[in-house]
Design a protein around this ligand. Structure first.
Ligand code: NAP
Length: 245
């Protein structure tokens, strides 16, 4: 895998899965733009230490103006955008009976509207280049559902429909569009689960252990590569078998 001369944007890359994706893409040669609402600068510094160019741009990817400024900054600095990884995401869990309008809107905006905004913003440069990779981080929860996550699972299922549609819209321009559905990955998001919930989830993983951010990053790097040129409109589960077949 060689992503030299490719420019990638990874949203939500200050920590967790996004940080690991950014580091992996840099490892295989990409220039990586990292972004989060707080500063992703420490991750950009880690990438520069790997002797790869990197830029940190603060952005709330649920806001159209921030997304426009982000993509403008990337094009101004590097003249192109080859890879977009829509990774930024949050959870605001609650049973539907008690779910507030605010928690519904917030999760849909950060987890799904952001995918629409970022993807739309990179399409023009990618179409001009006649090459592009759009990879969005969905979740197995978007496939099988999960009590307490009506907002989150709706957003993650929405990413799957979006991916399949945009793959059809832009396939003739050399742009592939895929989603990754991670299962139970050991990050800050899942560390917030109660021990009882963790144990219950573990029982549902055929491989018997939690995935790591690195497991997801490896799949992203593959889908971003030239080797994956004939793969589009796919949902790749990285879940230890959790969602079954
Ligand atoms: P995490 O550790 O909470 O990291 C989330 C990242 O997104 C952070 O860098 C955060 O930085 C950023 N972010 C949050 N809101 C943002 C916004 N409005 N605009 C820009 N950046 C924003 O989460 P994670 O576990 O790595 O999850 C990453 C992705 O994988 C998410 O889409 C999540 O739904 C998905 N996923 C995770 C798991 C899992 O088991 N962990 C499983 C399936 C899918 P700031 O707070 O500084 O903005």
């Amino acid at each position: 895998m060689d992503l030299s001369h490719k420019v990638a944007i990874v949203t939500g890359s200050a920590r967790g899965i996004g940080r690991e994706i950014a580091l992996k893409l840099a490892e295989v040669g990409a220039t990586v733009v990292v972004t989060a609402t707080t500063s992703a600068e420490p991750v950009a510094e880690e990438i520069r230490e790997m002797k790869r160019p990197s830029l940190a741009v603060p952005a709330d990817v649920s806001l159209v103006a921030d997304v426009a400024a982000l993509v403008d900054a990337v094009v101004a600095n590097y003249g192109r955008v080859d890879i977009l990884v829509n990774n930024a995401g949050i959870a605001r869990d609650q049973l539907l009976m008690r779910m507030s309008d605010e928690d519904w809107d917030k999760v849909l905006n950060v987890n799904l509207k952001s995918v629409f905004l970022c993807t739309r913003a990179v399409l023009r440069p990618m179409m001009k280049q006649r090459w592009g990779r759009i990879i969005s981080i969905s979740s197995v929860v978007g496939i099988v559902g999960n009590p307490g996550q009506a907002n989150y699972s709706s957003a993650k299922a929405g990413i799957i429909g979006f991916t399949k549609t945009i793959a059809r819209e832009v396939g003739s321009r050399g742009i592939t569009v895929n989603a990754i559905a991670p299962g139970f990955i050991d990050t800050r998001m899942t560390q917030q689960l109660a021990e009882e919930q963790r144990q219950e989830l573990m029982k549902r993983i055929p491989l018997g252990f939690l995935g790591t951010a690195r497991d997801v990053a490896e799949a992203v790097a593959f889908l971003a590569s030239e080797e994956a040129r004939y793969i589009t409109a796919q949902v790749l589960r990285v879940d230890g078998g959790m969602a079954g077949v």
